[in-house]
Design a protein around this ligand. Structure first.
Ligand SMILES: Cc1cc2nc3c(=O)[nH]c(=O)nc-3n(C[C@H](O)[C@H](O)[C@H](O)COP(=O)(O)OP(=O)(O)OC[C@H]3O[C@@H](n4cnc5c(N)ncnc54)[C@H](O)[C@@H]3O)c2cc1C
Length: 367
């Protein structure tokens, strides 16, 4: 809802304009390998409308799709790549209120302007090299070049560098759940002939081929991977130094898998896309928490999937920090946050740094 009413949420103008939420709907293709009963249960409990489509409806609504099952996902050099058992998917679930935000960089500029209007200041191109401590709690940071900034509260929101900042604070070893940087690619492919973004352009998740796609500006499809077992995970030890080139091999794996589902997808062009790092926690669920260093807080482990949760993550962290700084024992009695729109209460203990690994997680970018 915050994204839908983005200008109202921000409450201030931005000279660059606003990022826009595209309410395209979210389509989950369902095959025999996928049990989505928990997802539906959560949607029912939260009052989020969804439609269950049988195969006929799916074919009618999505004429571009080949509905055969290709499970399990394979790499294109596997001789069985593209084989189908002859079985079909079982149907789909469509969530009309799903969608995507067109311009993440503009969206964070929007947030910058809103924060500035509330007294925040920003420093860009300044690297934190030390988390300073005094009297058993955080005292501030030191920047490259030796400048010190004093602060009784520091939040680690360093994305894929989160583990490095935790090491600076000396708290990494005291956490049960840790974070690591994972290299990931998303690719752009022209939409097939006859594909009209406004009509067919949903965000689509497809476990059967372990891929997702969504529309991208310029009548393109953005194609991503849901990390099937056959794909090697490319963990990165130094987030300042990794291969930023699209790999032809991974491009083929992701785009060819999508072409199984969308046979008209033009796959002959040049490999194009984005390479960057996910900040992945051990169970692919974020850590929103305090730490064992007083005054040092954690908003990390976004695992490739927390972007649109930003507004709620901000609220959650603000309430958590406020409570802890006023003497609340969050480890013993996790802070409960009332969600401003649904009125539901979020138990922030779910995101604790010392939780047991959540075995119900998808252990993928799907969270
Ligand atoms: C290829 C790709 C595709 C993605 N697609 C999606 C998607 O479709 N949907 C979704 O929900 N999410 C997606 N994500 C994940 C999403 O980008 C992250 O969840 C989100 O960016 C996390 O925001 P953040 O502010 O926590 O961290 P980041 O956006 O990573 O920002 C961290 C900031 O900290 C700075 N920093 C780090 N170390 C230091 C230091 N020592 N000193 C000073 N500054 C420092 C970094 O420079 C950076 O500016 C994707 C990620 C990737 C890589």
């Amino acid at each position: 809802m915050h994204w839908k009413n983005w200008p109202d949420y921000l409450g201030v103008p931005d000279e660059r304009g606003y990022a826009r939420f595209h309410e395209t709907g979210f389509l989950i293709l369902v095959g025999k390998n996928r049990d989505i009963s928990t997802i539906l249960e959560h949607h029912r409990a939260l009052g989020i409308p969804f439609e269950e489509w049988d195969l006929e409806t799916l074919q009618e609504r999505e004429p571009f799709l080949d509905l055969h099952s290709f499970y399990p996902p394979r790499r294109p050099d596997d001789e069985r790549f593209g084989e189908t058992s002859g079985e079909q998917l079982t149907g789909a679930v469509f969530i009309p209120s799903g969608g995507y935000v067109n311009d993440p960089q503009l969206s964070v500029h929007n947030v910058q302007r809103a924060a500035e209007a509330n007294g925040a200041t920003f420093r860009f191109k300044a690297e934190v090299v030390e988390i300073r401590q005094a009297d058993g709690r955080v005292a501030g940071i030191r920047l490259q070049g030796n400048e010190e900034i004093d602060s009784p509260i520091v939040v680690n929101a360093a994305g894929p560098h989160s583990f490095m900042v935790n090491r600076m604070a000396g708290i990494e070893e005291s956490m049960k759940i840790k974070t690591r940087a994972l290299r990931h690619e998303v690719h752009y492919v022209p939409a097939p002939d006859g594909y009209v973004i406004e009509k067919h352009g949903h965000v689509t998740s497809d476990d059967d081929i372990a891929g997702y796609n969504r529309p991208e500006t310029g009548n393109l499809l953005l194609v991503g991977s849901q990390d099937p077992e056959c794909d090697p995970l490319d963990w990165v030890d130094d987030p300042d130094n990794f291969n930023r080139e699209i790999s032809d091999e991974q491009w083929r794996a992701q785009v060819y898998r999508q072409a199984q589902r969308i046979p008209g997808l033009p796959v002959g062009g040049q490999a194009r896309g984005i390479v960057d790092l996910y900040d992945v926690s051990d169970d692919w669920i974020p850590i929103y928490d305090k730490s064992d260093l007083r005054g040092f807080y954690l908003a990390i482990g976004t695992s490739g999937n927390q972007y649109k949760n930003g507004p709620m993550a901000g609220l959650l962290m603000a309430e958590l920090i406020h409570a802890c700084e006023n003497g609340h024992d969050h480890d013993e009695n996790p802070v409960q946050v009332r969600c401003p729109i649904t009125g539901l209460v979020l138990d922030t203990g779910f995101y604790a740094r010392n939780r047991d690994i959540n075995e119900d997680s998808s252990f993928s970018v799907m969270g």
